[in-house]
Design a binder for this molecule. Structure first.
Ligand SMILES: [Zn+2]
Ligand SMILES: [Zn+2]
Length: 366
């Protein structure tokens, strides 16, 4: 306890000193001993000591404990001078990076395509609203014919050092040059087209290559078609999200295309060869087996969507939709009648479990 520092003595204040008196004494001493202004070898030690004293004596709880026990349990640890500086002045000691070239922003857009485009692939022109390098000034922001000069505020460095007078002495604060925005150059006359921004808003038409096999929700990246960079920075990229339009006849399931083919009860009972449309045009012949059931699927190989980026393609899945006629011609009525009389009462040997099983198959498309 003999070597216990006397905080009051350090700051040169009475034990009854008010917060304001302590603060004022500290400011006076800090100005004297701050390492930035005092190069004496012990200045930093001294500054640390008076700051510690100040910290303790302006905290009511710690001051009380110090008054009672002559110490404050728990060391102060190393606090940053910068933190303290900030609490005093709200200043910012962090050094800012000068702003160099800046990459243009990535753009995102969404387009809707037809199923046939996803199947065959397609070149398409899309309109992209974006910021482009100004055509008039080629991005430097100066009116053509006028010159750019080194920024007089920062001498081309893009950053300014402000010397601040504070209670601690002189501080050097580095920040981005407010005049040139970090570019290091100023223009004598701003470009009349972009008002010195170096970029202008344009609706640009871009050729987009949609690959065969692309699916809903997938995204195409078009490198270098985003927004123009600044101060010579690279252009951003364009991302195009693909949305697939619904098709009247086909529903896509992975790379397979689901199609519904209607059959009469006679076609289902006897079997038939039917023509079904395919996504790329010509009808495909589909062999319906005799005794085909409602909901049964017949696979037409290779008539689906090409695998993206690979070889081969999906299938067309033809689900049989057996439709019971709602109205009959006189002749049909006579023939259905004959059929019914010949068949006798409908067989009741299938149990209900089987019935529901068949219903499920039909509805689930299995
Ligand atoms: Zn311009
Ligand atoms: Zn400048």
């Amino acid at each position: 306890m003999a070597t216990q520092t006397d905080y009051y003595a350090l700051l040169g204040v009475a034990r009854s000193a008010t917060d304001e008196q302590i603060r004022s004494a500290y400011r006076k001493l800090a100005r004297q001993y701050h390492p930035d202004v005092n190069s004496a070898s012990d200045a930093s030690e001294r500054f640390k000591a008076i700051t510690e004293a100040y910290e303790v004596l302006t905290d009511p709880q710690r001051r009380q404990r110090y008054d009672m026990f002559g110490s404050t349990t728990g060391g102060l640890g190393d606090f940053g001078i910068g933190d303290l500086f900030e609490t005093f002045f709200g200043g910012d000691l962090r050094r800012r990076e000068p702003r160099g070239p800046m990459r243009g922003a990535d753009l995102r857009m969404e387009i809707e395509i037809d199923l046939i485009d996803a199947v065959q692939g397609r070149e398409r022109v899309i309109t992209v609203p974006r910021l482009e390098t100004c055509e008039r000034c080629h991005g430097n922001g100066a009116e053509p014919g006028t010159s750019t000069s080194t920024c007089a505020t920062c001498n081309g460095r893009g950053e300014v050092r402000q010397v601040q007078q504070s209670v601690f002495g002189r501080f050097v604060n580095v920040s981005t040059c407010p005049r040139c925005g970090g570019a290091g150059k100023t223009v004598d006359k701003q470009c009349t087209r972009c008002r010195g921004e170096g970029r202008e808003r344009k609706d640009r038409e871009i050729g987009l290559s949609i690959p065969a096999g692309i699916d809903d929700g997938q995204q195409l990246r078009v490198a270098g078609e985003g927004e123009a960079g600044m101060r010579g920075g690279p252009t951003g990229d364009l991302y195009v999200l693909i949305r697939l339009k619904e098709h009247a006849l086909f529903r896509r399931e992975g790379d397979d295309l689901v199609h519904l083919a209607r059959l009469s009860p006679a076609q289902a009972a006897l079997g038939d060869e039917i023509g079904v449309p395919t996504i790329e045009g010509p009808e495909a012949k589909v062999r319906v087996p005799a005794g085909a059931q409602h909901g049964q699927m017949v696979r037409v190989r290779g008539k689906g969507v090409p695998h993206l980026g690979g070889s081969g393609r999906g299938d067309q899945l033809v689900y049989l939709d057996v439709v019971i006629p709602r109205t009959l011609t006189k002749e049909e009525r006579r023939l259905y009648g004959q059929l019914r009389d010949m068949e006798g009462p409908t067989s009741q040997d299938g149990d209900s479990q089987d019935f529901f099983g068949r219903m499920k198959d039909a509805m689930g498309g299995g």
